[in-house]
Structures are given as C-alpha cells and as structure tokens.
Design a protein around this ligand. Structure first.
Ligand SMILES: [Zn+2]
Length: 387
C-alpha cells in the first residue's frame, strides 16, 4: 500500500464510512502480506550473509567483508631484514635443500631445525616417540654442512637414562640447543609426550646444565595444563633459556596471553615464537589473533624483545617447495601487512598485524640473536664440553 492509496482510504473513510471500512480491511490485509514478504526477504538476506561468512570462515572477523581482487597470496613487500627462523623440522637432506631454496628467496639467513620423533613426521598412531636419534643425526649433519645457515636442536626421550651424557655429546658435535616435547598436551600413538612432570627429578640435571651453559631449549609447554610444573622448573632454574613456541599454545585467548606476559616479567630468558605448525593450527592461530588484532598487536609490540619468527613446518617428502614458500611468506604477510591474501583462504583479505618497524626488526633478528647467544658477527657460541 502506497501513500496515494492511504490518502484515498482516509478520504473515503471520511466521506463514506461503509466503503471506508471495506478499504480499511483491504489495507490491513495488504499490510499483513507485505510484512510476510519482508520477513522472508530478511531471512533470505540473513542466509546470504551466513553463506558469505561461511566462505570466509564462519562469521570470522579475522577477515574483511569486502573482496580485494588486487591482493594476491604471493604479494610481499621487498625484504629489508635478514631473518632468523627459530622453529622448523625436517626429515631428509632433500628437505633441507628445498628449505634452503626458500630461505634464499625470502632472505632467511639462518634456520633452527628441531629434532622430531618418527611420529611427528608420519602422524601415524603406529609410532611412538621413536627414531628421534636418527633425526638428531640428520640435523647435525645438515647443520655441519651449512653452519652459517642451520642450527640444530636435538631431542631426547626424558625416560632414557644418561640423557645428560647424550646431550653433552650432541653439543660437542655441533648441537646448538635442545627441543623438548615433555610439555606437549597430546601424545603419539603409543603414549603421551607428557610422560612425567616437567620438574621430574630425571629432568633436573638437563635444566641445570642448560642454564649453566645458556644452551637454549625450545620447550613445547601447554601453559594451561602444565603451568604449575613449568613455574616450578623456572623457579629452580630462573635463568634457563627457554622458548615456549606458539604463544604457549595454539588457542590464544586473552587469559593465555596474560599468563605468558607474567612469565616474561618473571623470567628474563623466556621467549616465544609466532609459529602455529600444522595447517589447521596455522589457520586457527592466524584467525584468532587477527580477529582480536588490536589486542594482539599490542601484545606482540609490547613483548617483541621476547618474540621470534618461526612457522613450525614439519618437512618430509610431501611438502613441496610451493608449500614451504607459501607458509613462510604467509607469516611475513601476517605480521607486516594491514591486510593480505592468506593462501589457505584467499576469498576475502585477512587482517594482518601491521607491526612497527622496530617490532619487526626484533622479531626477525634481534630477539633470536639473544636467544641463540649470537654475537654481532653472527657467530654462535662454541660450547666445548669441559665437565
Ligand atoms: Zn615444532
């Protein structure tokens, strides 16, 4: 019903009440139909929005709601920093070669390789925390073939006897750090990573020696599950050099970030990295931090002297050079750009953290130099095992 009809209705109502009553009934009927239509149209519009949101990640505010066809997932501003990457894994010499190629392209000068068990490479429940010594040797070999490009972080099974002797032997052969899975909440097919408390007596001699020699540990710790255990370790060895990767865990709620911040305040040698690892966690990690990007940016800028670059790729033969480049590049886009095309979800631009130059310099270089005890010439300490 439009304005002319409405005017006609009132006019008729004023001059002929019986006819007017008829018009009034018709009018009410029209209004009813019209409102039914608008309800179904509203529902249609809502469905359409839901469809769009679904495509860009279930109502996820990590993405813009306007497409930008000019953005490409391969876009990257010129590299101004040489980058130290503190967290990757690889299984073979071939993987090391592919990684080197991508490192050259993206100006990553050094990469810290983390030793892994066979389970980590296969994700097959058949395997437990096994064959890691094989990987330790491969990493030492890669590190000793390219001492300017790779650092090797060996791993141990906490249940093994004589682990300290083993660690000292690895260090004497070139290991630059230790990777520990003990604080990992999940497990392998055959058993949990968390096979004992982090402060179990069997682990203490390792911490003591690592603190004394300032040997860095990349320590996967679930800060929700094992917070108390971790604090007990740190209170006993407060100068231990530790990187807790992934901001303490993949799901980055404010509670977790503030827990991490309090650890930074309390212990001067604790660090984290920006890696999220496996595809699912990579998407989830970016989305969570980008969705709350003001808070995330504040946190990262405030603690940039404790935060390092890394992506936690687990390279084995199925991981192509394209995958490696896409992954490394996406982390750079994410911290540098205001918005970028995320290769896993390219339909809508994702919000980036667009960090300041000062924070980027720290995350790409300065913080890792401190973590690795690297001197101004890029040399790593020569840890001769004396005792
Ligand atoms: Zn890792």
């Amino acid at each position: 019903m439009n304005w002319i009809q409405l005017f006609g209705l009132f006019y008729t109502f004023g001059t002929n009440q019986r006819l007017g009553m008829k018009y009034l009934l018709i009018g009410v009927l029209c209004l009813g139909i019209a409102s039914c239509n608008s309800v179904s149209e509203k529902k249609k519009a809502k469905d359409e929005v839901a469809k769009v949101n679904k495509n860009r990640g279930e109502y996820n505010l990590a993405y813009r709601n306007i497409k930008n066809p000019d953005l490409k997932s391969t876009d990257l501003s010129p590299r101004t920093y040489s980058i130290i990457d503190v967290h990757e894994h690889l299984q073979t010499v071939e993987d090391a070669k592919r990684l080197l190629k991508a490192m050259d392209k993206l100006n990553i000068t050094r990469c810290c390789l983390m030793a892994s068990s066979y389970y980590t490479f296969t994700l097959n429940d058949k395997y437990g925390f096994e064959r890691f010594k094989e990987n330790n040797e491969l990493l030492l070999q890669s590190r000793n073939s390219y001492p300017d490009r790779f650092s090797a972080f060996i791993t141990i099974d906490p249940e093994d006897k004589d682990n300290l002797i083993l660690v000292k032997d690895y260090v004497s052969r070139g290991a630059d750090g230790i990777k520990l899975y003990l604080g990992h909440g999940a497990g392998t097919g055959k058993g949990p990573f968390h096979s004992m408390p982090l402060d179990d007596p069997r682990m203490l001699s390792i911490y003591e020696w690592a603190e004394k020699t300032q040997l860095p540990i990349l320590f996967h710790v679930n800060l929700i599950k094992y917070y108390d255990e971790f604090i007990r370790v740190m209170d006993s060895y407060p100068l231990l050099k530790v990187c807790i990767p992934h901001f303490g865990l993949h799901k980055n709620t404010e509670k977790r970030l503030s827990r991490l911040a309090s650890i930074f305040t309390r212990y001067p040698n604790v660090y984290t990295d920006i890696s999220f690892g496996h595809e699912d966690f990579h998407i989830e990690g970016f989305e969570t931090l980008s969705k709350w990007r003001t808070r995330s940016k504040e946190f990262v800028e405030k603690h940039a002297d404790r935060i390092m670059f890394g992506t936690d790729m687990v390279l084995e033969k199925t991981k192509t050079i394209e995958y490696i480049e896409n992954t490394l590049r996406s982390y750079m886009q994410w911290i540098e750009d205001k918005e970028f095309c995320f290769f896993y979800k390219p339909d809508y631009p994702m919000w980036g953290l667009s960090l300041s130059e000062e924070s980027l310099r720290k995350i790409y270089q300065e913080t890792a130099k401190k973590f690795l005890s690297m001197d101004d010439f890029g040399m790593l300490p020569d840890r001769i095992v004396r005792d």
